[in-house]
Ligand binder design. Sequence first.
Ligand code: HEC
Ligand code: HEC
Ligand code: HEC
Ligand code: HEC
Length: 459
Amino acid sequence: MSATNRRLLGLAGLGAAFLLAGCWERPPIESVQRGFRGTGMVHVANPRLEAAKFAANQAPESSPRIEVEPNAPLAKDVYKNVKVLGDLDVGNFTRLMAAMTQWVAPEQGCNYCHKDGNFEDESLYTKHVARRMLQMTQTVNSKWQNHVGATGVTCYTCHRGQPVPSRIWFKDGEGLEGGVFAGWRYGQNAPAKSVGLSSLPKEPFSAYLLGNGEIRVGSAKVLPSDHVASIQHTEWTYALMMHFSDSLGVNCTFCHNTHNFATWDGSPPTRAVAWHGIRMVRALNNEYLEPLGPTYPKTALGPAGDAPKAYCATCHKGLNKPLYGAAMAKNYPELLGPIPVAVRQAPAAAAAAPPTGLLGKILFAVGKNELSGEAMQTIDAAAKALVAHPQVKVAISGYADKTGNAAKNLELAKARAFAVRDALKAAGVAEDRLLMKKPEFVIGGAEADARRVEINVAE
Ligand code: HEC
Ligand code: HEC
Ligand code: HEC
Ligand code: HEC
């Protein structure tokens, strides 16, 4: 090697060292195992960065709800232009207005949505947007419990004290916190925060979070005629996945067993929650946010003239559960669904008899603790009954037989019971309602029935 070459190599090495220094995080790094040993299913975190996140993601205190007489006046009896909150009593209506101000426009105050303190006036666009936002929030909490569970959302989940939430997107990816780029590059090679600073296309969202594009890299079909998985879709899929990871502050193994990204067997239950999340975000963008375009002033629109839209980061902001799963929404029952439903929901649910006895029996394959599609259906049905009856607790019991290695079988029964518990949690049932029983042996042969987990209503 010539001296010049060696010098060049040395310089390159120095450059690499500088580059690496930029990526390197000072230890300690903590890791938590989230899947089978040897599958690399670990969550890696840096406590220093976590501490900063913790401080930035605290839910504000909720003021106490106002106790009202059954015949207290309702907003619709007293006010002029109430189209969403009409059936709410006046005391709690005012309480919600104060909370909305704190969540969305603390600096601007009531006049952000109300012109000069004239509350019935309808001339500000912000009031029209806010009315639609109220309905959107009710929809999230009532129709998308398979994603938001009992935790739910309030305006604060997205807004955090800002009229315009952080982390929103427009078509074409302009304004997506990306670098400057010249020419048409599919929005690529301009590292954007929206896709975790990767050089993947920075706007896969029109295809997947507005459109119903197939999120797929491998085609299930042989013939090119209906071959949905093009190179472009593959790039968009990976870009979307980078967005998921970045939004939730997790790596790919949070939702995938990386020996095979496509298969659902062996994917943790979080992937199913994410699947529902994709459908939820599509619905919010199509039914609420995109149609608000004509309501906004031009300056609020994107370069393509489209309305601002939501993606995973809009709620999650770097955490796997927004605001660390703080259940703010339950303090504002009027945000849990269209008001007549929300306010009367508790008695109506009580009217349908609460479940009793065996709520579900989940069978497993020999030596496995993975949940089959059928198992997921059983668990979903049980979860629905539990979400409708928040007072009911259940016992989760794993069973095993004594064939082969009895001690191993008990371990497996335990792992299966935990898999069922995790799926119920993912479906929105709070952990303190799920009582774990010691695994037991069943007498008899190695029939499928022995390899089961039961969900029973606890006495
Ligand atoms: C983020 C926007 C927003 C903020 C901030 C806000 N409001 Fe409202 N307000 C609304 C919306 C939307 C409605 C209509 C609700 C409906 O249609 O059910 C409304 C309606 C009202 C009404 C009923 C007026 C009528 O006669 O129709 C009153 C009173 C009111 N707000 C008071 C307040 C007060 C007091 C504050 C400050 C503490 C406040 N609002 C802050 C959005 C807002
Ligand atoms: C899923 C996230 C989400 C939730 C929940 C949410 N918002 Fe929004 N909000 C948005 C997005 C996205 C925009 C568009 C941002 C923009 O205006 O540029 C927006 C815009 C607004 C605006 C217009 C701001 C402006 O100046 O252009 C108001 C007012 C508003 N929201 C009020 C509310 C209220 C009140 C609630 C609760 C009842 C609420 N939002 C709940 C996502 C959300
Ligand atoms: C928050 C959960 C979540 C995270 C994190 C996540 N994914 Fe995904 N991934 C999903 C879901 C859900 C689907 C299926 C989407 C659908 O079918 O609508 C999917 C689909 C995929 C597919 C397509 C599989 C096929 O059928 O062709 C690939 C590849 C993939 N993910 C890779 C990754 C990679 C690489 C990462 C890390 C950068 C990652 N994922 C992070 C939830 C996640
Ligand atoms: C409207 C706000 C909102 C949006 C938008 C949203 N999520 Fe969520 N997500 C939540 C809430 C709230 C929870 C907590 C649910 C709970 O406590 O059970 C959650 C939970 C999750 C979980 C389970 C986390 C765990 O630790 O069990 C995953 C995975 C997830 N979201 C993925 C996504 C993905 C992927 C997207 C975008 C396609 C998305 N979310 C968009 C509100 C949202």
